[in-house]
Design a protein around this ligand. Structure first.
Ligand code: NAI
Length: 352
């Protein structure tokens, strides 16, 4: 399995491979950057097809966390972890405690929180072994409501820019109805959107449809469903050479991390006149929430950070348009410019 030559390897500071056979743990922890602070990022528990897929995912996700923290104005670096397991079948408290021990060995360079397949209870199990954990029941709790609110604020702002109206009356497709997508669907329905929803879990899709009046479509057809806005809230790489030509919406704004399969997909979307809202910018609400204990940030300061997301989006999209750069590339550029270690920059971004 190639590491340094993996296309997703971006001179990550460290990549740790952890195994605890007694606890059934096989995990990778990637610390992309600690230039701005400790690397805070979620733990994804997923039955990857193979180790290479898990490595690529954690490399991409951890880089995204560096960029996310930088654009959210948080003095944090970027990291992420993956556990190669099926959360519904394999996950045990012992596995999570073993993960906690692996994180503890990194001495605080990495702080873990929830991601797909991981819950507040899992963070509580990890907390028995390490203090380098957020999103526990005693601290920040579930980040998903914050993420959903940040995406909804961003979607509203982007819709006003691109479609000339707010969410009310818009046709919006939400793909992936888990912790974030389910909540986002509820918020959008309350604001008068006409929803189409999809999830590989048919029961979940039916439940959200019953609660919101949404129409259900098959997950692999969701991107092509007639809509004003497409909100990807499942896993990554949904925007690619195959799907982009079929996207009916003029605006893409969702919670999923790493929505673009490749950098070219950013260009493809722009060429089709589809406005893409950079994922790690609009989904930063969860990071802001779990950063509260690590940065001793009170709720008022965190709410202000959340409210700043659509502001940053507006100025980023304006700058991208002025430069003729697609939004994803413009976001990467801005994030990299901000990722300068305080020692070389002279100042440190404010925590709250
Ligand atoms: P979740 O695990 O609660 O929900 C994911 C949902 O997507 C599940 O309902 C699952 O059945 C569905 N799904 C998986 N593959 C699918 C496919 N191919 N087609 C349709 N549905 C599919 O995860 P959560 O927490 O809601 O996260 C969703 C996305 O948002 C992920 O990409 C995650 O990395 C990202 N994200 C989540 C944050 C959070 O606060 N939870 C923060 C920032 C990003």
């Amino acid at each position: 399995m190639a590491v340094f030559t993996n296309p997703a390897f971006d001179s990550h500071e460290t990549v740790h491979f952890a195994r605890d056979p007694a606890a059934g743990l096989t995990a990778i922890i990637a610390v992309h950057s600690t230039a701005l602070g400790p690397a805070l990022g979620g733990c994804r528990i997923w039955p990857y097809a193979d180790e290479a897929a898990a490595l690529t995912d954690v490399l991409r996700l951890s880089r995204g966390m560096s960029y996310k923290a930088a654009l959210a104005g948080l003095p944090l670096g970027g990291g992420k972890s993956v556990i190669l397991a099926d959360s519904r079948r394999d996950k045990t408290p012992a596995m999570m405690r073993a993960m906690g021990r692996a994180i503890q060995r990194l001495g605080g360079a990495y702080i873990v929180a929830e991601d797909v397949g991981a819950t507040v209870a899992d963070m509580d199990a990890i907390a028995a072994e390490t203090a380098h954990v957020s999103g526990t029941s005693a601290t920040a709790g579930d980040p998903s409501p914050w993420t959903a609110r940040g995406v909804a604020l961003s979607l509203e702002a982007a819709a006003r820019l691109r479609l000339g109206q707010g969410v009310e009356g818009l046709a919006i497709t939400v793909l992936g109805l888990g912790s974030v997508g389910g909540r986002l669907a509820t918020i959008l329905a309350e604001r008068g959107a006409r929803l189409t929803v999809a999830d590989i879990d048919a029961a979940r899709a039916a439940a959200v449809a019953a609660a919101t009046g949404a129409r259900v479509v098959a997950p692999d057809a969701a991107h092509a469903a007639p809509a004003d806005v497409f909100a990807p809230c499942a896993l990554g790489a949904g925007l690619n050479a195959r799907t982009i030509p079929q996207i009916a919406a003029r605006l893409v704004c969702g919670a999923a991390n790493n929505q673009l399969e490749t950098a070219e997909d950013d260009v493809r979307l722009a060429a089709r006149g589809i406005l893409y809202c950079p994922d790690y910018l609009v989904n930063a609400g969860g990071l802001i929430s779990v950063a509260r204990p690590a940065l001793a940030m009170d709720d008022r300061a965190a709410e202000a950070r959340l409210a700043a997301i659509p502001e940053t989006l507006r100025s980023l999209l304006a700058e991208a348009e002025a430069r003729g750069t697609p939004p994803g590339a413009a976001a990467d550029r801005l994030a990299r410019a901000r990722m300068v270690a305080p020692s070389s920059a002279g100042t440190r971004p404010a925590a709250g």
